[in-house]
Design a protein around this ligand. Structure first.
Ligand SMILES: O=C(O)CCC(=O)C(=O)O
Length: 304
């Protein structure tokens, strides 16, 4: 397959134009988003949805988050990533496979139905994780485009995927909320440096390859600015797979925990990686997709 988004090959970084749509179908009256919301997502590469879940649903999600964090040893060890230099949990991957409630959340029509509409296809979960940024010790996520990594290390062919960050604790301006460069999703920043074998073992704690250079980041930030959407628990932040994003560390006492769900179009399933010898494991990048049938109705507390 021809690589239209080559990265980690050339000696110098480049800013290339996006070659794919952002939203894959036109708005229509029965769409799960308003026309303005679809246009916002298309133009800015992100969208904030508030009040999707009621308080009972949120209680259930927060209880489940506490349960997952309280006993990481009961989970598949590979999926639990700790912070550099401490045993604090940074991320738990494959939450939709290790928790019935998170599995139901991933299939919820309010999330999967919206992803399916924007991507114009049936969707599957490419990756899920709980990103927990503990108080005092939570470290940053440096600037990156997810697509650069998913394309280079996992073999995602085209830009036809998006992420949803479901806020499970309040994200304030102070506790390391997600930052995005609105509009950056229309430019592909290539990175410099070949991918080492088993790079993921390090990169999940701190990324060192697939990191955009400072001049490209400054160029994008000058052009587009930076926004940091905040919100109460239950707020959902959607962003396109190529939106430049990152977040600061959390030195406040207030933990920030977000469930992170990545939806990819069924027609965009992974092929061989475009810039790595072997693909990353399935808990980071699903290679055997199952199409989601979006589930209507409220989330209910379910036994693990
Ligand atoms: O949770 C965050 O603040 C950012 C996470 C992120 O960039 C990622 O998981 O790719």
């Amino acid at each position: 397959m021809q690589d239209i988004y080559p990265s980690r090959r050339a000696a110098e970084p480049e800013l290339l134009p996006r070659r794919d749509p952002v939203t894959y179908q036109a708005w229509r009256p029965d769409a799960p988003l308003s026309r303005e919301q679809v246009e916002h997502f298309d133009r800015h590469g992100y969208l904030v949805l508030e009040g999707l879940f009621d308080s009972t649903e949120l209680d259930a999600l927060q209880d489940e988050t506490r349960r997952l964090l309280a006993d990481p040893s009961s989970l598949d060890g590979e999926t639990v990533i700790t912070e550099r230099g401490s045993d604090e949990v940074r991320s738990i991957f494959a939450i939709h496979e290790q928790s019935r409630l998170m599995s139901r959340l991933a299939a919820d029509a309010r999330l999967a139905g919206v992803a399916s509409f924007l991507l114009g296809d049936k969707v599957y979960v490419h990756q899920s994780r709980l990103n927990y940024k503990p108080g005092f010790k939570g470290k940053e996520f440096y600037w990156h485009s997810d697509f650069e990594t998913w394309h280079t290390e996992d073999g995602m062919p085209r830009m036809r995927a998006l992420s949803m960050s479901v806020l499970l604790a309040e994200n304030t301006p102070n506790n390391g909320p997600l930052m995005v460069m609105p509009g950056s999703h229309k430019t592909y920043v290539t990175c410099v440096g070949e991918t080492p074998d088993d790079h993921y073992r390090q990169s999940l704690k701190k990324q060192e390859y697939g990191v955009p250079d400072e001049l490209s980041l400054a160029t994008l930030a000058d052009k587009h600015g930076i926004v940091a959407p905040t919100g109460k628990p239950g707020t959902v932040i959607l962003f396109d797979c190529n939106t430049m994003h990152g977040s600061n560390g959390n030195i406040t006492p207030f933990p920030r925990s977000n469930a992170f769900l990545v939806y990819n179009a069924m027609s965009n399933r992974l092929v061989q990686p475009f810039g790595a010898e072997k693909p990353r494991p399935a808990f980071i990048a699903e290679r055997e997709p199952r199409a989601i049938e979006p589930q209507a109705g409220l989330l209910e507390k379910v036994a693990a």
